[in-house]
Design a protein around this ligand. Structure first.
Ligand SMILES: [Zn+2]
Length: 299
């Protein structure tokens, strides 16, 4: 029964801290905590920072642009501990709106975030010195005064974070940078017929039936057996008898009036565009149309 009352008491305290912000003073006294921190990590458009609110002061640090939000959140916790160690008081509560930082601190394994490892080592040192530190999650952007001040500080940081950048953050940053350079080059290829079908260079899902996936890819790049085998055999290119132009995948799918009625039947339009038919999510009736006009087996 005593345990039940204690559990009930702690639950009320935790709820009060998590949901009421400045009202945290009440449970905070009941738990005989002497001081509280609020900390925050922030990332936007190449700027990464973290902020700490230690009433009545705030401090903040700027991290390298490659650092993730999680790294910024953990850096804020680390700096909060550095603030704590300089104090003569021994009982603290650190408030954060980052659930991912909590999870990173709770899951100790070989792939643990390096800053989380530093925090745990630091915590052990502090505990050996008699410090007692609690962590508490608070909801973000709901007007909690300390949290908003830490958030504002994180977005205006000028002091530079002095620790090495986590390797995984650098890998992700480098991959994204290379991807964006590749995208910039691809954005210039507006005359390339593939550009209209796939303007973004993200990875598309495949069709799990191999033969269908191959046919779809051939249509997207515009190279089919029917339209291009003449190059292998040294023959004349196949010509549309209606339009008197060489057959292309685009002509068959979207232009030739011979197949207008089929297009209306399968696509509800006599002039669909190639992106609608062959884009990331191909038209659901594409292959039915190709079978109906007798082109499916010549792709
Ligand atoms: Zn034609």
């Amino acid at each position: 029964m005593v345990l039940g009352i204690l559990r009930s008491f702690l639950y009320q305290c935790i709820c009060s801290i998590a949901t009421s912000g400045s009202c945290a003073i009440k449970p905070y006294n009941q738990l005989t905590l002497q001081s509280g921190f609020r900390k925050d990590g922030s990332k936007s458009d190449g700027y990464v920072g973290c902020g700490i609110f230690f009433p009545p002061d705030t401090c903040s640090y700027r991290l390298h642009a490659s650092c993730s939000v999680l790294t910024a959140e953990l850096a804020a916790v680390f700096y909060a501990l550095q603030k704590i160690v300089a104090s003569h008081q021994r009982l603290y509560c650190i408030y954060t709106d980052s659930m991912s930082a909590f999870e990173a601190l709770c899951h100790t394994d070989k792939r643990m975030h390096p800053v989380a490892e530093d925090i745990l080592c630091y915590m052990h040192e502090l505990q050996a010195q008699g410090f007692k530190i609690l962590f508490c999650w608070v909801p973000s952007h709901v007007g909690i005064v300390g949290n908003e001040q830490a958030d504002s500080a994180a977005k205006a940081a000028s002091n530079v974070w002095q620790s090495p950048n986590p390797c995984n953050d650098l890998k992700i940053f480098t991959t994204r940078h290379i991807h964006s350079l590749w995208q910039e080059l691809w954005d210039l290829e507006i005359r390339n017929k593939l550009h209209f079908i796939k303007p973004r260079i993200n990875i598309w899902s495949i069709i799990h039936i191999r033969v269908t996936d191959v046919k779809l890819t051939r249509l997207r790049i515009g190279h089919t057996r029917f339209t291009h085998k003449h190059l292998l055999f040294g023959e004349r290119a196949p010509e549309c008898r209606t339009c008197h132009i060489n057959f292309t995948a685009a002509h068959i799918l979207t232009e030739c009036p011979t197949f207008n009625s089929h297009r209306v039947t399968y696509f509800n339009s006599s002039s669909p565009n190639m992106k609608e038919l062959l884009g990331e999510f191909p038209h659901p009736h594409l292959f039915d149309f190709l079978k109906a006009i007798g082109f499916y087996h010549s792709i």
